[in-house]
Design a protein around this ligand. Structure first.
Ligand code: PMP
Length: 403
């Protein structure tokens, strides 16, 4: 087989459909977020970033940077091994305590990414619990889907955020088989929020465990940034809460929290935990500083919400269609892959605005969009420039207007 021809043909298909992914070569600048330097074909220039998942700008917070510098100078660059073999640093232990406290759980367990925490935890639970059946929301993240698939456990996909469908699917199962319901709180692409309380009620009714991904909510919701489950007083009712250190906490890494026995079980059996070197101590120190700060301070999340509402109001006034939702994610709907990419390219080339297009398979075909994430650092002038640029493109191209 001619491998090169095969690779090129597959990639050509992506180009033809307008969903070939191009990385923007960006140089983030601590202290200037959301400004970054864009290195393009025609040289380098400043752009405003509107699609960062460093939702609160904690990746540049002075406390986070100071903690990372201190740990780097004190402990060196890498962790030196897997957690079992020399790679458990005091900073990991402190961070796990901080995370357990954040979610009001007995214990926490760190992973190298949110992706790996979902993949390893779900695949281990579903494979090891004899006869375990997984109930999984139709829009769950790829990391959950892949973990469940790897376990080879029986799975049932329930309609997105639909308690009635979940109940129907549970009722059809053997009452004695162990069950686990996996879902997210804030869904990253539509920005809608799961009916967590109803899911917990149903889980109690059928004796199922609950697994909640709070990746897009930790740091942003709840009085101490413990996510939607904290905001709604539901932490005690969830068996396992999973999160990331790479979005609101501004660094990198993932985690789960739950009972001491549950975390110990995953720690002892999950290959994605056991056989991978641990996070650098400086990363753990930075994450701990970010979490501690956001437990005490609500100023960043309040300012972020203020920016979200300001942007939505201005998009409405300009007739730019965006999905209404109760979160910080503002999806501006385009509905076609090539158009979505062309708009993103034009925003960058003509207006120095960077928003990555979101295409299939991240979202269903026909719902391609620009996923805009306002941060506490976007000014009124930034918002006005973004809305004016979108307005110019929408008017010229005769794109669909908001009702
Ligand atoms: N869960 C969800 C819902 C996500 O959107 C993502 C990443 N975008 C992850 C898990 C993986 O987290 P990480 O980026 O830390 O690997």
């Amino acid at each position: 087989m001619d491998f090169e021809t095969f690779f090129r043909k597959e990639l050509d298909g992506l180009h033809r459909e307008g969903r070939y992914r191009v990385f923007a070569d960006l140089e983030r600048q601590a202290g200037r977020f959301p400004t970054a330097t864009y290195h393009g074909e025609n040289g380098s220039r400043d752009v405003t970033v509107w699609c960062s998942n460093d939702y609160l700008g904690m990746g540049q917070h002075p406390k986070v940077l100071a903690a990372m510098h201190q740990a780097l100078d004190g402990s060196g660059a890498g962790a030196g091994g897997t957690r079992n073999i020399g790679g458990t640093n005091h900073y990991h232990v402190l961070l796990e305590r901080e995370l357990a406290d954040l979610h009001g759980k007995e214990a926490a367990l760190l992973f190298n990414s949110g992706y790996m925490s979902n993949w390893a935890s779900l695949s281990t639970l579903a494979a090891k619990l004899p006869g375990c059946v997984i109930l999984t929301d139709a829009l769950n993240h790829a990391s959950m889907i892949e973990g469940i698939r790897h376990s080879r456990a029986e799975k049932h996909i329930f309609a997105h955020n639909d308690p009635d469908d979940l109940r129907r699917k549970l009722a059809a199962l053997d009452p004695n088989t162990p069950k686990l319901i996996a879902f997210e709180s804030v869904y990253s692409m539509d920005g809608d929020i799961a009916p967590i309380r109803e899911f917990c009620d149903i889980a109690d009714e059928f004796g199922a465990m609950t697994y909640l991904d709070e990746v897009h909510a930790v740091g942003l919701y709840g009085p101490r940034g413990g996510g939607i489950s904290e905001r709604d007083g539901l932490t005690d009712r969830l068996t396992l809460i999973q999160g990331t250190l790479a979005k609101s906490f501004g660094v990198i890494g993932g985690y789960i929290t739950g009972s001491a026995a549950l975390c110990d079980f995953i720690r002892s059996f999950a290959s994605g935990f056991i056989f991978s070197s641990s996070l650098p101590p400086a990363v753990a120190a930075g994450a701990t500083a970010a979490i501690r700060h956001l437990k005490e301070s609500s100023a960043e999340r309040e300012r972020q919400q203020d920016r979200v509402h300001a942007l939505r109001r201005k998009l409405d006034a300009a007739g730019i269609p965006h999905l209404p939702n109760p979160s910080h994610i503002v999806p501006v709907m385009v509905g076609e892959a090539k158009a979505c990419k062309a708009i993103s390219d034009e925003l960058l080339a003509r207006f120095d605005i960077y928003v990555q297009p979101i295409n299939y398979p991240t979202v269903p075909r026909g719902t391609e969009r620009l996923r805009i994430t306002p941060s506490p650092f976007h000014s009124d002038a930034d918002i006005d420039r973004l809305v004016a640029a979108l307005g110019t493109i929408w008017a010229r191209d005769g794109l669909q207007r908001a009702a």
